[in-house]
Ligand binder design. Sequence first.
Ligand code: ASP
Length: 443
Amino acid sequence: MAWYKQLHWRILTGLGLGLIYGIVAATMGWGEFTNDWVAPWGTIFVNLLKLIAVPLVLASLSTGVASLSDLTQLSRMGGKTIVLYIVTTLIAVLIGIVLVNLTQPGKNVPAELRDRLQSSYQSDVAERTSQAQKTQSQGPLQPIVDIVPSNLVEAASDNRNMLQIVFVAILFGIGLIQVARTKAQPMIDLLHTLNDVTIRIVDIIMLMAPLGVFALIAKTITSVAGGESGSNLLELLGALGLYCLTVIAGLAIHAFLTYPLLLRAMSPMKFLTFLKGIGPVQLLAFSTSSSSATLPLNMERCEEKLGVSEEVCSFVLPLGATINMDGTALYQAVAAVFISQALGMELTWAQQGMIVFTSVLASIGTPAVPSAGSVMLIVILESIGVPPSGIALILGVDRFLDMMRTVVNVTGDAMVSVIIAAGEGQLKPPHLSEEEDRIRTHF
Ligand code: ASP
């Protein structure tokens, strides 16, 4: 079964079977069985992926920095990366704002459904509001303070602190450059080995991908479908269908128009080659709804299949997983306008401008984990004076949109890594062979 050796087919198989099982389980009321016996495999899979993210970033980024001959290259690369991340996010938000103004999805939400949703999602809203308040009560420089850890072990103990790890790795790499080469070499060799080992571990974890993805999808479907009865679900889809379509159309335009155009303008890579290389990354992002869980695979694929150098991958991708969320920003802008419309509030152009600005900022501050985008949405709503309880309207369909926007988030990171590598002369011809995704010979 040669096809099964290709990673994207293995993930797709898990996805398809998980979907079928999820629908059967939801109809048959197997929620408890699924929670007890199926869902844990998904948790194990995601935990494994998160487990290697920190050592991978530490090892690859510090060796990457240590191999640079001078630090101007690093700062040039850093500057270009951040500009590209902000520009692509801004384009995404503008696409979202234009679309939502054209489709006006909030205008046809029945008042009765609106009130019912607000009361049934009350506790969810309260939880997210208190999370959002923590962010809001901080001073303006807090995001910068957060990048600098006071304790290495603490920084490495929570994957949400990925920027702290990036900071430590760069600092460590710079330190390595300053030490005499003969002394630094054993440490560099050790880090190289650690990097190679973690990359191989990604392959081992991917052996579990079909089962992990099956479990994640099965759990998502049973818990979403279990929460709403069939007729409620249809009513919800009727009222929120246009909103979902607007988000999905925006994401599609960004992924299939903005990205190919940018790739074409700024790199020699064909969009199809790019898609072929990162297809499994997108499927994994869809299944896990988490850019940080997808990071190790994204790093492996960009390096091995797209030919992006280790230096560029190890710098651009962890940074992107944390701060570059085009899909999330687009969704936040559409959702903010949708909620205002549904609550009967007409937004002025100034308020829409504020949405654009805050969506870009909020997406930078959104942690790369499931549902985080909807928490940061509260900050955006408050900035334009819309009651945050309005997010109750969209929570019923949020999980699915989370899966979709995470795909765009990781695609944007990979695309920027290709462009940066092309600009730095660090893009090797991609070696997409027929045997792509073969499980390496050691297995
Ligand atoms: N799940 C998204 C991510 O990890 C963040 C979000 O939009 O909720 O990229």
